[in-house]
Design a protein around this ligand. Structure first.
Ligand code: UD1
Length: 427
């Protein structure tokens, strides 16, 4: 087990290169399963979730090589249509393999995903959409068994909510299905567009991604391609947030402003000045951030739920009172206790959080509750007076590549340390 130790109060200053997006790399790795021939993914982030996806691919019969930020995948034939529970548990989003395995093998066996740190993680929309495409499901002993007795076929599908994962599973199942699939109320996230762009390079016929209705005309075969994963907009906003909360200046390289366009106006509202360039974005923070009257998370292009904790950390030091509303996940305020322990004044009632900005936070020992909640604690620690220790950082490593090295390169005093294990059994 490891922890991050942060001595706060240093304004960040310098340049950071933004890594590729986890939420784009994972479905694209699943999509590689559908391709005959070699797939090369560039700008692939080196994250524990990505390594877990590669282990799933290898288990299913693929050959995966990782060299620096390039992952090469070749799947000549599937060796298995079953993803063992241990591998499913390693990666929250492993259900994304369902559509791809079904598309390639016609059958798939996976353990039924349980809840996660963000609350229950139902997959009813995934299953209902795939059912309309000809899939049949049975659950026995916690295992989900899927078959497609007459092959996957196109369908007209209306999602009750624009679920990112369900949209991805439909895309993955539909590209090799017979006939046309029309998906209404699809998720519109940029990572969906990246997946569609990848599949199109492999020969898939897809249009409408980024809009509410996506059309997919099934093809017989997909081939491999070379694709660069889009920049990670949530990691990007986290690093901009780290500069903003410390009153620093930052140049974020490897991205333009576009992937973060639904978050940047809020940073400006808080008093940050932004200078976008074609391949980078500069941020200049004010002496003190300003509160935002109301910020609510919504499906894309609304404000993303993944940035809620990051902004809450910043707003806990802002001048004035901010009100946040979480509309995507049930259990996404678990970082609040840690921020309060550090001196923040936050009151949560249902899906609403009221944040009364304080002048200073103080360092404390806290534990990451989930990926973005953990990142929010790091941000708070960077700005706090004194020393903060963030434990349970395996959550953070799922989505940020060597976060401590990145932050140290712009002046943060942050180190990773081993936490001595206490021994599970004392006799
Ligand atoms: C993806 C992202 C995650 C982000 C989320 C919302 C990845 C790997 N993860 O997660 O970082 O926070 O989108 O932007 O891309 N739901 C159902 N039934 C379903 C599916 C979803 O009720 O069948 C609910 C979920 O419980 C949740 C909401 O819909 O409350 C949104 O979920 P969804 O968009 O599917 O998120 P993920 O794809 O899991």
């Amino acid at each position: 087990m490891q922890k991050l130790v942060i001595d706060g109060g240093v304004p960040l200053e310098g340049e950071i290169f933004l890594h590729g997006a986890k939420n784009s790399a994972l479905p694209i790795l699943a999509a590689a399963l559908l391709c005959n021939g070699e797939t090369t993914l560039e700008n692939c982030p080196r994250l524990t979730d990505v390594f877990a996806a590669c282990r799933i691919l290898t288990h299913l019969g693929g050959r995966c090589t990782i060299q620096e930020h390039t992952v090469t995948v070749q799947v000549r034939a599937l060796r298995s249509d079953t993803i063992p529970e241990a591998l499913m548990q390693e990666m929250r989003s492993s259900i994304i393999f369902l559509g791809a395995v079904l598309g390639r093998a016609g059958t798939c066996h996976v353990s039924y995903p349980g809840g996660c740190e963000l609350g229950p993680r139902p997959i009813d929309m995934h299953l209902e959409a795939l059912r309309q495409m000809g899939a049949r499901f049975s659950v026995c002993g916690g295992q989900l068994d899927c078959t497609v007795p007459d092959g996957l076929h196109g369908a007209v599908i209306h999602l009750p909510f624009p679920s990112v994962g369900a949209t991805e599973n439909v895309l993955l199942a539909a590209v090799l299905a017979k006939g046309e699939t029309v998906l209404h109320n699809a998720a519109r996230e940029p990572e969906i567009c990246d997946l569609a762009a990848f599949l199109r390079k492999c020969g898939a016929k897809i249009s409408g991604e980024g809009e509410s209705t996506i059309r997919i005309e099934g093809t017989e075969r997909l081939h491999g391609c070379v694709h660069a994963i889009m920049p990670d907009r949530i990691a990007g906003i986290t690093y901009l947030g780290a500069a903003a909360i410390t009153g620093g200046t930052l140049c974020l390289k490897g991205t333009d402003a576009q992937p973060m366009e639904n978050m940047l106006p809020t940073l400006e509202q808080m008093g940050c000045r932004l200078y976008p360039e074609p391949d980078r974005l500069h941020l200049l923070a004010p002496r003190r951030l300003r509160a935002v009257p109301f910020l609510r998370t919504m499906p894309h292009p609304g404000f993303p739920t993944d940035a809620q904790a990051i902004f809450m950390a910043m707003l806990s030091l802002a001048d004035g009172v901010s009100v946040l509303e979480e509309n995507i996940f049930e259990n996404r305020y678990r970082h609040v206790d840690a921020l309060v322990k550090m001196g923040a004044r936050i009151h949560v009632s249902g899906r609403t959080a009221v944040v009364a900005g304080v002048r200073a936070l103080s360092g404390a020992a806290v534990s990451a509750t989930d990926l973005r909640g953990g990142a929010a604690m790091v941000l708070a620690g960077l700005a706090a007076q004194g020393r903060t220790e963030v434990r349970q950082i395996s959550h953070i490593d799922r989505g940020y590549e060597t976060m401590e090295l990145v932050l140290r390169s712009v002046g943060a005093q942050i180190v990773r340390k081993d936490v001595p294990s206490e021994g599970l059994l004392r006799i």
